[in-house]
Each structure stands twice: as C-alpha cells, then as structure tokens.
Design a protein around this ligand. Structure first.
Ligand code: SF4
Length: 141
C-alpha cells in the first residue's frame, strides 16, 4: 500500500486532529494519519513537491495546482520544499514510513515549525508542535 505524500504533509500527519477543508478531505486525511500512526505497519511512501493522496480529496484542488487562494500554490510548494530539504530527502524519492518517522523525529523540533510551516493557518492552534513533540518522545529522540 504505497502512499504518495507531499513534503509538508509529512509533518501534518503527526498533529492532525480532524480539522480540514471538507468532510471528504478529513476522511482521507484521517485514513492516512491512522496508517502513519499505526506501529504495526510499514510501507513505502513517495515524497513529492505537489499533489498527493490527500490533495485528491481537497475541494481546493485545481487541475494543475492548489487553487485555495491566489498565493496558496506557491505557499504549499514552498512548505514542501522546506520540509524535504530539512529532512534531507529528494522530491520524488521513495522511503519507508519507518525511515521518514525516524528522520522527522531526529531532525524536526517543535519550534522548527515556525519556519517550516510559516503562513499555515493551522500553526497557531499548537496541535502540530505538540504532535512533533509526541513523535520525538515515541521515537525516543
Ligand atoms: S502547521 Fe500546517 S503545514 Fe505545519 S504541520 Fe501543521 S497543518 Fe501541517
């Protein structure tokens, strides 16, 4: 069950608490998050800078780019790029979930989200920083 995830969604999955852009999007994201947090499963993930499995259910998905607002596509691509670079990954590369979780725990501190996720409307809720903190504890970093 290979998944395709865009760079910044590698962070979102740790703090996700059911908020989202539509019921369909929340359903799909809930499934992805459950698989990411399930300690019994490991699977390959292609990391991309662009549309991924979650975007397919987003009401703001345009034909070629995010259409949430005038600058949303540039913003999400920029967050993807920052996360991919911060984790030392290559866009388009395929990695095992276990490796991505370990890299995220080792390389991302909760405070890094101020830079990596700058401009994201969910950042102020604090759940994402909390999620990264929980991941670091779980991975014993
Ligand atoms: S702040 Fe936004 S981009 Fe960053 S992890 Fe949370 S939801 Fe994802």
């Amino acid at each position: 069950m290979k998944k395709i995830l865009r760079g910044h969604h590698l962070l979102c999955t740790h703090g996700f608490k059911g908020m989202g852009y539509s019921p369909d999007f929340v359903d799909v994201m809930t499934g992805i998050v459950a698989d990411m947090r399930n300690e019994e499963t490991d699977f390959p993930i292609q990391v991309v800078q662009g549309f991924d499995d979650a975007c397919q259910a987003c009401p703001h998905k345009g034909s070629t780019q995010c259409s949430k607002s005038e600058d949303s596509n540039g913003h999400v691509l920029s967050m993807d790029g920052k996360v991919i670079s911060h984790l030392g990954l290559s866009a388009g590369g395929v990695y095992m979930k276990s490796e991505l979780l370990q890299r995220t725990a080792e390389r991302v501190r909760p405070g890094d989200l101020d830079y990596l996720c700058e401009g994201c409307s969910w950042l102020e809720f604090g759940v994402c920083k909390e999620g990264i903190g929980n991941l670091r504890e779980k991975q014993r970093v």
